[in-house]
Write a protein that binds this ligand. Structure first.
Ligand code: F2R
Ligand code: MG
Ligand code: MG
Length: 359
């Protein structure tokens, strides 16, 4: 029988933390140039990645966008406060936005930052609640930045994972569709972290997420659904993911776009990111790489639409599952602020390892 030392287990976990943060960064940096495009051919992406993989290539860093700018704030706030601190996180979002407003933020979230600045963080949740005539945003901005919450909550039970994900998303995304998307993405990263490398059962992975989301989405007496909003929206979307998985490798990009979505809305991108991770566990026709992290990013970007965000969310799940060893060295070196992503991953890991994240 193979005996695995406690040290080896901790090293593998530290690698998963790094893989998660770096996977998210790479998805954002490599997906950003294609955001909004459709029909991105896999051969164009083959050349794109082949060029980047050339060890002699010297080009400026691929810049990160709002996805990473906000994820960095989430991570730093959890690190500085050793837990979720709504005011501190909101302050960090606002400070970051006004320092670098040209990172490609969503068109409405900037109103939340302005209102938070005016109210001086006296009430950090109200501005998001007032968005879209009181319905709140269903954009994927809560989900795209959530990976550090899953890392911080590594040792926590589902209830705490869900509550922390929801509270952090509510700072900007008050619509149930928006914050439930963040919860699902957080649960997916959390589950990938807890799944040992080589022990992934993809059907079980999605079924586990369905059962967790059933609890999250069970309506209370007071729940009122907006026009066009379905109860158990994410459970239905994950069931669609299972269906697409059953159909196997013949599922086209167009079908993924039509059936899951490639849009800036959370419910039209978070399930797509999860599907991208699952689909890329096997070789994909036209995607020229044996590396599963690269394959995840390549496939997610090839779907088009909200490429930086879908690739970033898929990359964070893939990195959390495969760990840093599977992240291609010659790709990651092209990302802006790579060292910061690794540093934050290590700091979050230290908090978890020391038990400071449990208090
Ligand atoms: N903003 C973008 N991409 C646009 C182009 C960027 C370009 N490349 C550039 O550099 O300028 N990407 C980023 O935004 C997405 C995350 O958005 P977030 O944070 O959720 O923002 P917001 O403003 O809250 O929502 C986004 C849009 O969704 C629609 N929407 C949301 N809730 C709605 C509601 N209740 N009713 C109607 N519409 C709603 C609106 O159109 C919002 O503007 C990521 O892709 C990130 O990369
Ligand atoms: Mg972006
Ligand atoms: Mg985007």
């Amino acid at each position: 029988m193979k005996v695995i030392s406690a040290m080896a287990v901790m090293e593998a976990l530290a690698s998963k933390f790094r893989g998660c943060m770096v996977g998210a960064l790479m998805g954002d940096c490599f997906g950003a140039p294609f955001e909004g495009d459709i029909n991105i051919s896999r051969s164009i992406l083959n050349s794109y990645f082949k060029r980047l993989l050339d060890p002699d290539l010297k080009v400026p860093y691929k810049q990160y966008t709002d996805d990473t700018a906000m994820a960095r704030c989430v991570a730093q706030s959890l690190i500085d406060s050793k837990g979720y601190n709504a005011k501190d996180m909101a302050r960090k979002f606002v400070k970051e936005f006004y320092a670098e407003p040209n990172r490609g933020y969503g068109s409405n979230i900037v109103d939340v930052f302005a209102a938070l600045r005016v109210n001086k963080f006296s009430d950090v949740y109200t501005p998001a609640g007032l968005q879209f005539s009181g319905r709140g945003s269903f954009g994927n901005g809560g989900a795209m930045r959530i990976a550090p919450v899953a890392l911080f909550c590594y040792n926590k039970d589902d209830e705490e994972v869900v509550n922390t994900a929801k509270d952090s998303a509510l700072l900007t995304h008050a619509s149930r569709m928006g914050y439930n998307g963040a919860i699902l993405q957080c649960l997916a990263v959390h589950l990938a972290l807890h799944t040992p490398f080589d022990k992934l059962d993809t059907v079980n992975f999605v079924e586990t997420l369905i059962s967790k989301m059933k609890k999250v989405e069970t309506p209370t007496e007071d729940d009122i659904f907006d026009e066009g909003e379905e109860p158990f929206l994410y459970v239905k979307k994950l069931t669609k993911v299972l269906e697409l998985m059953e159909r196997g490798s013949c599922v086209t990009n167009e079908q993924v776009g039509e059936e899951l979505g490639i849009h800036i809305a959370a419910h039209l991108s978070v399930p797509t990111a999860i599907y991208s991770f699952i689909r890329a566990t096997n070789p994909i026709s036209g995607v020229e790489t044996d590396n599963p992290v690269q394959r995840t990013l390549h496939y997610a970007i090839s779907l088009g639409g909200d490429t930086d965000t879908i690739a970033s969310m898929a990359g964070s799940i893939a990195g959390a599952y495969y760990g840093m060893e599977k992240v291609p060295e010659n790709l990651k070196r092209h990302c802006e602020a790579l060292a910061d992503a690794i540093k934050q991953a290590d700091q979050l890991f230290s908090l978890v390892e020391s038990g400071a994240s449990n208090s």
